[in-house]
Ligand binder design. Structure first.
Ligand code: PMP
Length: 409
């Protein structure tokens, strides 16, 4: 198993025509994944992916989030084929634009309107622009190490970024209301927005659920100082609650940025907002050559309907619980210091005293040899295509990984 002859040949060709052979977080060499991790894939169906050498894996990355119902989900693919036969792009939008906006307004609790782009960064950027247009202020408050996109304002990699790109970003600590209050006070009168993810899902440390008192405090602060509360749902959206990830704790944002899961893999993002921000959204120039593609909109309509009609969120939650409980049992059985954090549908692993990820890499590389794709430093994603059987197979591979870690300790 693992990176085979076709994968190696493609990597060699890529190094000649693509800087570094691959860019961003998907570069398996630069991100120091174990050597058996493939760089190139051929196909994927349901909860299974196959690499270019024909190795098949039970997948727990879901294309890093976009796959919600499972790869190539029949209902989504049918909607895509139907729309493809009518056409994808035209001189203007199709009726799918209005249908999808209506669906999101009906589904997402705070949403009175929606606007669509392609990527998560489109949506988070537009949210900040709308907030600035609405308030006439400049500062955006974000949590330290929280990822909100790849543009110069939000990228975690400093190359090519100037101080001017960051001057209007002020950081606070997630779940720490005092630090948020301090950041707001230092920029009194100039805070356009607070942007925050539904739970803390960044960095190399452990993930953390939101403290409901913190979420309520963010809402209260924004109301008090007249700032816009932006919920960055790009990663968590539709995996925790179709109505919005903070609906369960009774906190509604003013703007939300969705992307990843919305189209079950088709390229689309959405900004949803309240009536108070409708005029500001209308005043901002938002466009892109491919923003009106009808196929991803048809995919998104089918995805949201299928998720709601099949109780997909509940299904993913029960499987996520089985996964996380099983992982903790595996760690105990094999006496390895494995910490599992995050929401159960998006868990992350970490080994104690493993700053260079040596143990995490042994764990995941062994699981890969057992036909299960687990990631050593990023959160995983459960999809609605997983079953108790695929989760239990993942746990068997995890047990092999834990045994290998025990031996290497
Ligand atoms: N916000 C969050 C929370 C994300 O996880 C991501 C993508 N990982 C983004 C924004 C940026 O999305 P995209 O890569 O589609 O631009």
């Amino acid at each position: 198993l693992g990176s085979g002859v076709h994968d190696r040949a493609l990597r060699a060709r890529a190094h000649r025509v693509i800087p570094g052979g691959m860019y961003g977080h998907l570069a398996v060499e630069k991100t120091q994944l174990p050597t058996n991790f493939p760089q190139f894939y051929e196909t994927a169906v349901g909860a299974h992916v196959r690499d270019v050498d024909g190795n098949e894996y039970i997948d727990l990355m879901c294309s890093w989030g976009p796959v919600l119902l499972g790869y190539a989900h029949p209902a989504v693919e049918e909607a895509v084929r139907r729309q493809m036969s009518l056409g994808d792009i035209n001189n203007g939008p199709s009726a799918r634009l209005v249908e999808l906006a209506e669906l999101l307004v009906d589904t997402v609790a705070h949403a009175d309107w929606a606007i669509f782009g392609k990527n998560g960064t489109d949506a988070t950027t537009a949210c900040c622009t709308i907030a600035r247009a609405a308030t006439g202020r400049t500062k955006i408050l974000k949590a330290t190490t929280a990822y909100h996109g790849s543009n110069p304002t939000f990228t975690p990699i400093p190359a090519g970024v100037t101080d001017a790109d960051r001057v209007n970003i002020v950081e606070f600590a997630f779940n720490d209301l005092a630090s948020l209050e301090a950041a707001a006070a230092e920029n009194d009168g100039d805070v356009a927005a607070v942007i925050v993810t539904p739970f803390f899902h960044d960095g190399f440390g452990d993930l953390a659920s939101v403290d409901p008192a913190f979420a309520a405090g963010v809402r209260a602060l924004c109301d008090r100082i007249g700032a816009v509360l932006i919920l960055d749902e790009v990663r968590a959206g539709f995996r925790l609650d179709v109505r919005g990830s903070w609906e369960r704790i009774g906190v509604r944002p003013d703007l939300s940025a969705f992307s990843k899961a919305l189209g079950n893999g088709y390229p689309i993002s959405a900004i949803t907002g309240t009536d108070q921000l409708r005029d500001a959204a209308d005043s901002v120039y938002l466009t892109g050559s491919f923003w009106l593609q009808s196929v991803p909109m048809a995919a998104a309509i089918a995805t949201v309907h299928e998720l709601v009609n099949t109780g997909g969120v509940e299904h993913m939650n029960s499987l996520g619980q089985r996964l996380v409980t099983g992982l903790r049992a595996v760690a105990e059985d094999h006496e390895v210091p494995l910490i599992v954090s995050g929401e159960v549908t998006m868990p992350k692993i970490r080994f104690v005293d493993d700053p260079d990820l040596r143990l995490a890499n042994v764990f995941c590389s062994t699981a890969l040899d057992f036909g299960v794709f687990l990631h050593p430093w990023h959160n995983w994603f459960v999809s609605a295509a997983h079953t108790e059987g695929t989760i239990d197979a993942a746990l068997t591979a995890a047990a092999a990984g834990a045994s290998a870690v025990r031996q290497s300790l």
